[in-house]
Design a protein around this ligand. Structure first.
Ligand code: ADP
Ligand code: MG
Length: 673
């Protein structure tokens, strides 16, 4: 999971790089090769078409040459028949002379045979000499000549017919068949027929006899003929180096004259054309223009059918040139183009990569900066040189944004601190308020409690007062009844009186606590010193008993406003408590002095002892009603009543104590002017 998260940005970066590469190189790496392929393909087609056009032109030349041979033969024979020499010799009517002249003319014209055939088919004279007396006279060329029109055509002579002319001719015509792959299967092993340029022209003999001058050229193995065609068609330097022009004459599908070489330079006579070409040219009479496998190599080939005087397709004329050098050239061209392309590609890709790096490096730097910022480094910046392009501007912008972000962050932190401070402050205030509330609640609870206790104690006190009054009344009756006898139980009577007095005192105090207002007498102004001095005799016997000394220090200048009895009661309470706290003697200090509290002038009366003191827990509860640590002696009401009385006069009472060292009670009362 975390690995993927770490790798994700890297992959993203790479993908941007590759996408950039793809965008830039796609046209080059895809479109250019496509275009190249298209152009090369088109060039190839054009080139092939051009080759076909050339071979077609070559075939035309060969065809014309072949036609020329026929025409020339025709012209020669006609001219011969019409020549003065012939007329002279014909007039002589001497057969040997005619034969000699024919032989001479045949050699001169390069013919293979030259005969004079009479109307009835009798051979008047022949060259070369032969023993034959008659000859076929149904050849179309002869029939035409007999009828008076010179005629020339290609004819196929059988071996017998050739033999009748001369054994040598028959021998020359004979071509052994060479087994050839792709050719139409055959049982024949030898071709004995001859392809002949056959020409006949009418001549006039002595006594007006009509005859025909017949001449012919055997084309089988006529190498002069085929080499001439080849030289004519493929003149020196008309083909690229390494190529080779070829020309062939076919009788049926057999090469009877060719310059195509077999192995070891032997001419490929007797080999045969492929079945495909044979079917197209001989079978259908079409001209074949295409690449074809000739003997042992591929040639750009042109074949055309040759028809005999009967109009029958009897052979083919072929020209062509070796394809290999052209293919070679083509391949070299292709390789050059592809090579050039690859070279340019290999050269340009690194250059492009350098350019691309200039683009994606700032991007990477930005990504890096962002991830650093995300990682908490707010000081991270791209710090790219000033904006030169869009990306540079984006980077500058990013830096500016980061600056602003940092500033905001600082501001936020500041605010946060401020907020925290305020929260703490408020919390403190709240705590203080809570404490106050707690205190108020406590006080409220206390006043509730006091109110309830007041109700109860008031009732109880009245209920006790009545029986006590009855007891007192009855005791008086008992005294009167006893008269002087009373002396006998004077001690017991005194104790009973004392305890009754004590009950009355407690009840009075309870009522005073419960309903102090009922007991509030009139208030007067007193000097504290005077009140203190007045209360001392009340407790003198207690002080004496416990061996406690009194120290007085009077400094107060003003007067306090309070009911005299109440103030006396408060002071007596405090002095009695002090005496209780010093069971084994000590000193009570009574002090008064002026003190302002919250701008109000007042007087403090202090009662301090050197007694046992109090712990904090006790100190906190001393003003609670009924709180006492004196199990049997105490009522726990002394201090709470004292506090009530002082508070009613707008004053305050407080205590400072330390266990083992003593306690100081401070009564503050506003000064009365
Ligand atoms: P009481 O005297 O009946 O116990 P008070 O209200 O007068 O009731 O006093 C309450 C309690 O305060 C006393 O029980 C005592 O524990 C304590 N106290 C008062 N004055 C002193 C003092 N001067 N030194 C020590 N403890 C004192
Ligand atoms: Mg007391």
């Amino acid at each position: 999971m975390s690995d993927a998260a770490i790798q994700a940005p890297a992959r993203r970066g790479r993908s941007v790089r590759y996408r950039l590469l793809a965008i830039a190189l796609l046209p080059f790496l895809v479109v250019v090769p496509l275009l190249l392929a298209l152009v090369i393909g088109r060039l190839n087609t054009k080139f092939d078409a051009l080759l076909i056009t050339k071979v077609n032109g070559d075939l035309t030349i060969a065809h014309q040459y072949f036609a020329r041979i026929l025409e020339n033969t025709s012209d020669h024979i006609r001219a011969l028949g019409e020549s003065a020499a012939f007329r002279t010799i014909a007039a002589e009517n001497s057969k040997p002379r005619l034969s000699d002249w024919l032989e001479e003319s045949r050699k001169e014209l390069g013919l293979d045979f030259l005969n004079i055939l009479e109307d009835d088919g009798t051979l008047l004279a022949t060259a070369p000499q032969t023993s034959e007396a008659r000859s076929r006279r149904d050849w179309p060329v002869i029939v035409s000549a007999m009828a008076g029109t010179p005629s020339t055509a290609v004819d196929i002579f059988s071996a017998a017919e050739l033999g009748a002319i001369s054994e040598r001719l028959a021998e020359r015509a004979r071509v052994e068949l060479v087994p050839t792959t792709n050719a139409v299967p055959t049982d024949k092993t030898v071709e004995t027929r001859g392809m002949v340029v056959h020409s006949a022209s009418p001549v006039q003999l002595a006594q007006g006899r009509r005859a025909v001058l017949v001449g012919g050229i055997l084309l089988n193995q006529n190498l002069v003929f085929i080499d001439t065609i080849n030289d004519l068609v493929y003149r020196q330097a008309s083909l690229p180096e390494g190529s080779q022009g070829t020309a062939t004459l076919f009788l049926d599908d057999v090469r009877i004259s060719t310059n195509v070489r077999l192995f070891e330079g032997r001419r490929a006579l007797g080999t045969r054309v492929s079945a495909t070409v044979r079917q197209a040219v001989l079978g259908e009479g079409r001209t074949w223009l295409d690449s074809a496998f000739v003997v042992n190599d591929w040639y750009i080939s042109a074949y055309e059918p040759i028809s005999d005087s009967y109009g029958k397709r009897v052979g083919m004329l072929y020209v062509g040139f070796l394809e290999t050098p052209f293919r070679h050239e083509k391949l070299i061209t292709l390789a050059t183009i592809v090579g050039a392309f690859l070279f340019v590609t290999v050269l340009s890709v690194p250059i492009f990569l350098r350019w691309a790096r200039a683009i994606f490096r700032p991007l990477e730097q930005m990504t890096d900066t962002i991830s650093r910022v995300e990682g908490g480094d707010l000081d991270a910046r791209t710090s790219l040189p000033a904006a030169r392009d869009e990306i540079g501007r984006v980077a500058t912008h990013l830096d500016e944004l980061l600056d602003r972000l940092q500033a905001r962050d600082r501001q936020l932190r500041g605010w946060n601190e401020e907020l925290n401070k305020r929260v703490a402050e408020r919390t403190r205030e709240l705590e203080a308020a809570n404490k106050e509330l707690e205190l108020t609640t406590k006080q409220l609870v206390m006043s509730e409690k006091l109110a309830a206790i007041g109700e109860i104690t008031a009732g109880v006190a009245h209920e006790i007062n009545n029986p006590v009054a009855v007891i007192q009344g009855n005791l008086d009756v008992v005294r009167q009844v006893l008269g002087s006898q009373v002396q006998l139980a004077s001690t017991e009577f005194r104790l009973i009186d004392e305890q009754i007095h004590r009950i009355e005192d407690i009840v009075t105090r309870l009522l005073q606590f419960a309903r102090p207002e009922e007991f509030a007498g009139y208030v007067e102004r007193h000097a504290p010193r005077e009140v203190i001095e007045h209360c001392l005799p009340l407790v003198q016997h207690l002080l004496n008993r416990a061996g406690i000394g009194i120290v007085e220090d009077h400094r107060a200048t003003g007067l306090v406003l309070m009911n005299r009895t109440e103030l006396l009661q408060v002071l007596v309470n405090l002095i009695v408590n002090a005496i209780h706290a010093m069971p084994s003697g000590g000193t009570v200090t009574l002090r008064d002095f002026d003190e302002d509290r919250q701008g109000t002038p007042g007087i403090v009366i202090e009662v301090a002892d050197t007694g046992i003191g109090m712990d904090a827990e006790t100190l906190a509860r001393i003003f609670d009603p009924f709180f006492t640590t004196k199990s049997r002696q105490g009522t726990g009401l002394g201090l709470s009543i004292s506090q009530k009385l002082i508070l009613r006069q707008g004053g305050a009472i407080s205590a400072i104590s330390e266990t083992g060292r003593g306690t100081r009670f401070l009564i503050w009362l506003p000064q009365s002017l």
